[in-house]
Design a protein around this ligand. Structure first.
Ligand code: PGA
Length: 250
């Protein structure tokens, strides 16, 4: 068991706003989970096809859900709808959504909607380069966690992805030691919540087959959130295979 109480590492792919039905089918033909615990987060229109293509090999997640239960919110998808289409997970509070204006309060509402709909949330937290350079990385992440603490207390199945914003899509990953330090701090912070010690922490930010093993060897890191490298089925399958081999000895 990983320290988070999760059996094995979790490898989450995040396609962001990429893909097509054709790409999904070709990707699924090539993808080999290698026995890893895998979640692929696809754009909303591809959820149903991804569930069909990946049945028995990976769970499917979406990348965001509405803060509302439903109703007059044009263009939004509720957590219940995502669950109805077969999603088991949703990313919440990704830095790209936060940069587009999602506030801490809106992230908390999404987390709550996701849990109410039976989706397992993958909550993203992380500091910007300016915040890290100002020595405020820990403080920033603690504030993001503090803003959702009351909701998190009711969602012990949540996965938290530590994703330094400066490492996302830049090819510049955090060092395994820095990621481990931040993951430990996240674990310490959430362990104060009821059942918080069950929450596993993932690392995200330019993770790929070249650096996955090093991150996964860190005892506080229970998996990876993989963006760009998840678009290539072969590359992503290699990350999955590494996750099975890289579990720290307990
Ligand atoms: P990246 O994205 O792996 O392309 O850096 C990670 C993410 O945004 O989840």
């Amino acid at each position: 068991m990983m320290p988070g109480g999760i059996a094995g590492a979790v490898i989450v792919g995040n396609w962001k706003c990429n893909g097509s039905n054709l790409k999904l089918r070709r990707w699924a033909d090539e993808f080999d989970p290698a026995g890893a615990q895998v979640v692929l987060c696809v754009p909303h229109p591809y959820i149903t096809e991804a569930v069909r293509q990946l049945a028995g090999r990976a769970e499917v997640g979406c990348q965001d859900v509405s803060a509302a239960h439903g109703g007059a919110h044009t263009g939004q998808t509720s957590a219940a709808m995502a669950a109805d289409c077969g999603c088991g997970y949703t990313i919440v509070g990704h830095s790209e959504c936060r940069a587009a204006g999602q506030t801490d309060a809106q992230v908390a509402a999404r987390l709550e909607r996701a849990a109410q709909a039976g989706l397992r949330p993958i909550l993203c937290v992380g500091e910007t380069l300016a915040q890290r350079e100002a020595g405020r990385a820990e403080q920033t992440v603690k504030k993001q966690l503090g803003a959702v603490a009351s909701v998190l207390a009711g969602c012990p199945a949540t996965l938290i992805a530590y994703e330094p914003v400066w490492a996302i899509g830049t090819g510049r990953n955090a060092t395994a030691q820095d990621a481990q330090k931040m993951a430990k701090m996240v674990r310490r912070t959430v362990s104060k919540l009821p059942e918080g010690s069950k929450i596993a922490v993932l690392y995200g930010g330019s993770a790929n087959s070249g650096n996955a093993a090093e991150f996964l060897a860190q005892e506080a890191i229970g998996g990876l959130l993989v963006g760009g490298a998840s678009l290539d089925a072969g590359e992503f399958s290699t990350v999955c295979a590494l996750s099975v081999r890289s579990l720290p000895l307990q």
